[in-house]
Design a protein. Structure first.
Length: 174
């Protein structure tokens, strides 16, 4: 859904006859388990940070929420929805871009916040591997993160560090 919609939303609607809670009192736990709803929601938000979650206590409240969300927006028409669907299917947001994002998020030193700076500062992954330490620090805004990324990118297949560019220490921050 995140590749097809600008702002994907997960709607969690409770039955109007039940309590508006994920857990009953006394069943709270600090343990992370794949069996609990709260753990699943935490994992969901970590894996899909662009998703927004809407909580609704009843179908009536859901209708009110959706009306509020639609205020100030034109009614959708079938033709434009089909056009958007076809554009996304043709690769407007390609799966390759998603793989690049997944790769960047697996690089030590890059986070949900700063990996977007890499996407804006580098045209491709080859450019990232050839970048200087100073330029990477300028893009990330942090010498420690930049050095961690460089160390990761410049380790050869045997696990030995190759020629790793150094981030210049003691430079004035802007």
């Amino acid at each position: 859904m995140s590749s097809c919609y600008e702002c994907p939303i997960l709607l969690i609607e409770f039955d109007s006859d039940s309590n508006f809670a994920l857990q009953t009192l006394g069943n709270e736990t600090t343990e992370i388990s794949s069996n609990t709803t709260t753990s699943k929601l935490v994992l969901f938000t970590l894996h899909f940070p662009k998703f927004r979650i809407i909580w609704s206590s009843s179908p009536h409240q859901t209708a009110d929420i959706l009306l509020d969300l639609k205020k100030g927006h034109d009614e959708p028409d079938v033709e434009s929805a089909m056009r958007l669907s076809n554009e996304s299917a043709s690769g407007l947001v390609s799966s390759l871009e998603l793989y690049v994002q997944d790769f960047l998020l697996s690089v030590p030193g890059l986070t949900q916040t700063n990996f977007r700076r890499i996407l804006q500062g580098c045209n491709n992954l080859l450019e990232l591997t050839d970048i200087s330490g100073e330029k990477l620090e300028e893009i990330l805004g942090d010498a420690n993160s930049a050095q961690t990324v460089l160390n990761f990118l410049h380790v050869d297949k045997r696990g030995e560090k190759g020629t790793v560019p150094k981030v210049v220490e003691g430079r004035k921050r802007r």
